[in-house]
Design a protein around this ligand. Sequence first.
Ligand code: TYD
Ligand code: MG
Length: 455
Amino acid sequence: MAKTKRRYICQACGSVAHRWQGQCGDCAEWNTLVEDAPATVFSQKHDLSSGGRPVEFVKLDAPGEELKRRPTGLAEFDRALGGGLVPGSAILMGGDPGIGKSTLLLQAAAKIAKAGGETVYVSGEEAAGQVRLRAARLGLADAPLKLAAATSVRDILTTLGTMEPPALLVIDSIQTMHSDTIEGAPGTVSQVRGCAFELIRYAKENGVAMVLVGHVTKDGSIAGPRVLEHMVDVVMSFEGERSHQYRILRALKNRFGAVDEIGVFAMAGAGLEEVANPSMLFLSGRDEPLAGSAVFPALEGTRPVLIEVQALIVRLQSGATPRRAVVGWDGGRLAMLLAVLESRCGLNFSSAEVYLNVAGGYRLTDPAADLAVAAALVSALSDRALPRNSVWFGEVSLAGEVRPVAHSSLRLREAAKLGFAKGFGPADAKANSPDLNYQEVKQLANLVDRVVKQD
Ligand code: TYD
Ligand code: MG
């Protein structure tokens, strides 16, 4: 006999609890448990070892279908996807509200439609009129794409069932979809998961490339349980600061390609423009070197991007707890670097407020940025500018050593190409560039000596 049991699912990590509690026992987030559709628990164990059909095994090198990709025509989008949309794949696109997800997808859908591919754009958030207005503003009103405002998965799938499967299906957003076979309001874990499941099944069975737009929670993960990320083939995130112009499209997971290439866009009056050469975007373009600013030679996939890291240190007179604020970098990593600078180099940040900013709304994740951040901090603390036209890279260990990182010589070569004259980084046999003066920084203490005692 089957009996039903209440269960609660954490919206942040997807773990299941049988009792409601204020804090998730697994990820320690507060107020994230939501009642899920009742699970059926069988009191008798079923024997699954007989009665099934045999599963066929195949060889790894057995001839199969070749992966065909359909370029969207937006080169930066294709680059982040690893070469284009794969038919029958599901892509989850996350990003803060207002960052430009709907704009990007409308532009991509219009491009495909203009190139002769059938595209369906289902908007659950905006009325068709609103999307049409936006398309007019983007100069895409003549694109032959099929637009609908709908939120019922049954309606959507029924309609799609009566037509030729499109090349691209956009669902904007998965949190607004609902299925009448599932209990709960749209946006709850069971609805999001159930709707995604049905839509993905349709996409796979019909060879349709589908993009699901997903909202992002405060801490940056895509809302709804993590299972959504497991269900799709590609997870992309559209990032940037809303107040800045630049947007970065990044694949966090990709079953069909590498995840290290990014797409770079600029939000302009007429939608998102592609930025084919982003190397200089995240520099401030100032001539005179300024205390607290360091340039980090980042690599995004195969493309070099030079990024300015800015630090500001404000000494406090009173005994108030000093603030540490970071934009574009990890706060925990900043705390670690400050601790290393204090304990290994004898610097004192304890009574000072520390602000760190990565220029242009860029988000740094490469550990090689440690040395550039440290250089900006030391430069700000000592109020001395770093050498003119210099770049800094290297990972800093807890012992205060500067460790080698990947692609040193590529970073230096690209910096030299862009007019930088000096590079500071780890002792690394591969790190040298004929066009650039490379100086090894083995210990953070060497950096401090160099900055504080330079003349
Ligand atoms: P939108 O695509 O609606 O964001 P999302 O779907 O991620 O929530 O983007 C909305 C923002 O983009 C809005 O604040 C205005 C800006 N924008 C422009 O600057 N130029 C444009 O041409 C368009 C269409 C939007
Ligand atoms: Mg939107």
